[in-house]
Design a binder for this molecule. Structure first.
Ligand code: PRT
Ligand code: MG
Length: 229
């Protein structure tokens, strides 16, 4: 019986590649040209939405990419499972992980985190006079912080999609959600009443990894900075 392949024995010089977490979905598509300009070419099936693979080598033997849900990119990087990642600033605001450092605004996948309400009742009441409000959102922390800052307690009903249905069906008074063109809100009878933050995607890095591998990670940050310029 042949011995199992053991890279550590056969290739004592081999180092562990860095791992960059990339979000599947809309940001993945916008990432393509940026990765190319940074000189990072993932294995071809990385762009195949049907592949079962989640981890892909790149043209750089010291860098692999993993493809995860947009909300999970920050978590992989915060815990050091990936040393780098690309992530919406909405997700960074929601989790607020101290271990995540976001050195570069990549200027892609732009939108806004907004409060939206039914057009029929929007503006009929002064929110600073409320003591509590029921909010439907995928962003419970952003929503709670936003209302807490004006002394209002937000009871957040957490949803992962179709937030726009919540006010009309009596689930919540308003929603906190991402808005780009506003056409999804309009189609559901809602209007933006406040913008909480502008959103774009960021290059993120695990702070401990940056301290222990400053050269390799610093070189990758520099490649992305050059790709933006
Ligand atoms: O699939 P999974 O549930 O894991 O995630 P997801 O479906 O939320 O991921 P995906 O691929 O949509 O990517 C989400 C990330 O993309 C967010 O974290 C943002 O950083 C970024 N982004 C940029 C957006 C939008 N723009 C955006 N418009 N994410 C979502 N939207 C939604 C918005 O909520 C609305 O419902 O798109 C809809 C259309 O927007 P309008 O205003 O143009 O109609
Ligand atoms: Mg999705």
């Amino acid at each position: 019986m042949s011995a199992p392949y053991n890279a550590a024995v056969l290739e004592p010089e081999a180092t562990t590649p860095l791992i960059m977490a990339l979000p599947k979905g809309r940001i993945l598509k916008e990432c393509g040209p940026l990765l190319a300009r940074a000189g990072i070419v993932p294995a071809p099936d990385y762009a195949d939405e049907d592949t079962r693979h989640m981890r892909f080598p790149t043209n750089d033997p010291n860098l692999d990419v993993i493809r995860v849900r947009p909300f999970d990119v920050a978590t992989f990087v915060a815990f050091g499972a990936a040393q780098l990642g690309i992530c919406g600033s909405d997700v960074l605001m929601e989790f607020d992980y101290p271990e995540v450092y976001a050195p570069l605004d990549l200027g892609i996948a732009k939108c806004r985190v907004c409060v939206a309400e039914p057009a029929a009742t929007a503006g009929s009441d002064d929110p600073s006079r409320w003591s509590r409000v029921r909010v439907a959102s995928k962003y419970p922390n952003i929503a709670r912080r936003h209302y807490a800052s004006r002394g209002v307690h937000a009871d957040v009903v957490e949803l992962n999609g179709a937030m726009e249905l919540a006010p009309g069906l009596g689930l919540s008074r308003l929603i906190v959600d991402l808005v780009d063109t506003g056409s999804t809100l309009r189609a559901n009878g809602l209007v933006v009443t406040e913008t909480i933050a502008n959103v774009s995607s960021r290059l993120i890095v695990n702070r401990t990894a940056l301290k222990t591998q400053p050269e390799a990670i610093g070189a990758l940050i520099a490649r992305f900075r050059a790709a933006l310029g």
